[in-house]
Design a protein around this ligand. Sequence first.
Ligand code: ATR
Length: 280
Amino acid sequence: MSKAPRACVIGWPVEHSRSPAIHGYWLRQYGIDGAYEKEAVPPEDFAAFVSDLSAHGYVGANVTLPHKEAALRAAASADAAAEAIGAANTLWLDANGALQASNTDAYGFMTNLYAGAPRWRETCDVAMVLGAGGAARAVLYGLIEAGVSRILLTNRTVAKAETLAREFGAPVEVLPWESKESALSACGLLVNTTSLGMTGQPPLDIMVEALPQSAVVTDIVYVPLETALLAAARRRGLAAIDGLGMLLHQAVPGFERWFGLRPEVTPDLRAHVVATLGGG
Ligand code: ATR
């Protein structure tokens, strides 16, 4: 067997994952003798697959839908982000062969936010987060870690927002979906974590005009890259940050673990991944 390290992304389905494009680019860019594959693994086989990653020839893996919660359960130990978010997206084997888990989505979201709006924190006493799915959990964790003391969480299904507010505690306040616009004037940051605005989904209908001029708007949707939300924010002169950067940055810690080099998120990487988006 080759000594070149191999990693993979495990999903079901896995065909649409962008991770091979990102990691494949870095492997070529840095001239690393390694590989990054796709593994389509059904839910019933996931635990067995990751319980013996090395038998499959891997030093680690990314995990995507629907396996992120199962990945956390399968690991011998997990970092604080994965524990708090309740899901893991990055796995690796430690020196003893034990499976370790991390969630790098919050890191990816926050790094992208700082890259696009380095001073966002100075004008953000209150943030608004739209949506209460897995992505919202990562965003809440990141914002709380960054010290945002008031986060207005709003979701079509209010019970899901209430569950998150109970879990994440005091900084998170639930706002009815119907009245979200009334609170925008106090918000320094607006984050869309819903699927609204994604190609094939209904648009997100929200009046960004109600935000203060210093506000930052970010969308985790990246197909299309420029969502109607971001376009409206830019028209109003607000800082607008697309979701592709989060995807690129969340990949950095895994690559470093598996291949021993911390890779850079560059405009060239971004262009490479954008080119793959068009192809579907
Ligand atoms: P992810 O894990 O990527 O966050 P998810 O768990 O499917 O994905 O969450 C999708 C989010 O988009 C949810 O907050 C969902 O709202 P519900 O909890 O009410 O389902 C939100 N969403 C999807 N379609 C929506 C719509 N038509 N209107 C409002 N919110 C919508």
